[in-house]
Design a protein around this ligand. Structure first.
Ligand code: UT7
Length: 342
């Protein structure tokens, strides 16, 4: 059985920067730069222009990752796309990415799989991609995490608790086989459906008729704000995130029979700088072993870890031979960790 390793990384954020002050001055949100920085560490985020979707940003990230892997697009044998903000309810963004990459035109009708695990979508995707590669059934898997949050944020004061946190972007990796003694050593995933409604966007409800609430009998009407926008119990998410990230990281170390001090670099999901600082503090992780970019991008959900990974490779912070831990937690609740020998 071959090992599965990350052969290429790439990241992309749309050009438009929205600062905390812009939320106030451009969108009329009653907030302050100080409040957002103090609670979350976020200073700015990037918003895509209308017309741009997660798959569009995913293409940019994917092209970089494929080039960095020294491959051609047609070398890719499978696509996995993790997002909570696909263009449509169905189909998922994986097939849109395939078409936008030109793979259909090239006759590469490879499988495209969509992952719906929100902030832990990338780690779930990494577990899936590495298992696929190790099975020998496929060679190179393109795993993309991409989000277009800006289209679905209530940027008024009513939505400030949620909408000040999120930004748009995409990150991609290529997972490939190797006979070398390196790669994705193991992963640990978990979920707790008791908390499914704690962080959710319930824009429709298939148990109801009609499944989208309407005002008029002819089906024309308005979706109520509590259905249209994401809802979150922030304090409950915060508390569970800290507990689960610690637990799933420790479990992955235990499974791999490694000591916590063996880890050279931590790539935490970028949901809130304070969550990650608390996790690091409770695990006695020295600051120099963690990196963050939430200050510049906000929470880009499935894209945070691959974006961070791509930047770490680009800046030379992540080098071959390093032992890396990826840890994520999010809506569902779902969580996951992965240990990688880079
Ligand atoms: O991947 C998972 C994604 N989600 C998360 O990671 C979220 C985890 N949770 C958090 O990060 C924090 O709970 C938040 C940063 C979201 C909120 O911080 P908090 O300390 O839990 O604040 P809160 O929700 O209890 O709100 C405190 C006050 C409220 O005002 P009142 O009711 O006390 O008058 C909010 O309306 O802060 C207000 N507030 C804001 N004020 C200025 C909420 N958002 C804002 C804002 N600007 N953007």
């Amino acid at each position: 059985m071959p090992n599965a390793y990350i052969s290429g990384t790439g990241g992309y954020v749309p050009p438009r920067i929205v600062t905390n002050d812009d939320l106030r001055t451009q969108y009329g949100m009653d907030t302050t730069h100080e409040w957002i920085v103090q609670r979350t560490g976020i200073e700015q985020r990037h918003f895509a222009e209308e017309g741009i979707c997660s798959a569009d940003m995913g293409v940019h990230a994917a092209e970089k990752a494929i080039a960095n892997a020294g491959l051609e697009k047609t070398d890719i044998d499978m696509i996995i796309f993790a997002t909570l903000s696909p263009r449509h309810a169905f189909p998922g963004d994986g097939v849109y990415l395939q078409e936008k990459l030109g793979l259909c035109a090239a006759g590469r009708f490879i499988p495209a799989l969509d992952i719906r695990n929100q902030c832990s979508g990338f780690v779930y995707g990494l577990a899936t991609a590495s298992s696929m590669v190790q099975s020998g059934q496929v060679k190179h898997v393109l795993l993309v995490g991409g989000e277009t949050h800006s289209a679905a944020l209530d940027l008024s004061t009513r939505g400030r608790t949620v909408s000040s946190l999120f930004g748009d972007g995409a990150g991609a990796v290529v997972v490939s086989p190797t006979e070398e003694d390196r790669g994705i050593r193991g992963w640990y995933l978990g979920a707790d459906g008791r908390y499914a409604d704690v962080l959710a966007q319930r824009v429709w409800n298939m148990s109801k008729r009609p499944y989208v609430p309407t005002r008029e009998e002819d089906g024309v009407g308005e979706v109520a704000p509590e259905m249209l926008w994401a809802n979150m119990d922030g304090k409950l998410v915060f508390k569970n995130a800290v507990e689960r990230m610690i637990q799933c990281y420790m479990q992955a170390c235990f499974d791999q029979k490694i000591d916590q001090s063996d880890i050279d670099l931590f790539l935490f999901h970028q949901a809130n700088l304070r969550i990650n600082q608390m996790v690091a503090q409770m695990l006695n992780i020295p600051e120099e072993k963690t990196i963050h970019n939430i200050q510049r991008y906000g929470n880009t959900t499935a894209a945070t870890i691959p974006l961070l990974m791509a930047e770490a490779v680009e800046t030379g912070r992540l080098k071959p031979g390093m032992k890396v831990a990826c840890v994520a937690f999010g809506s569902g609740f779902t969580w996951g960790s992965a240990i990688i020998d880079w």
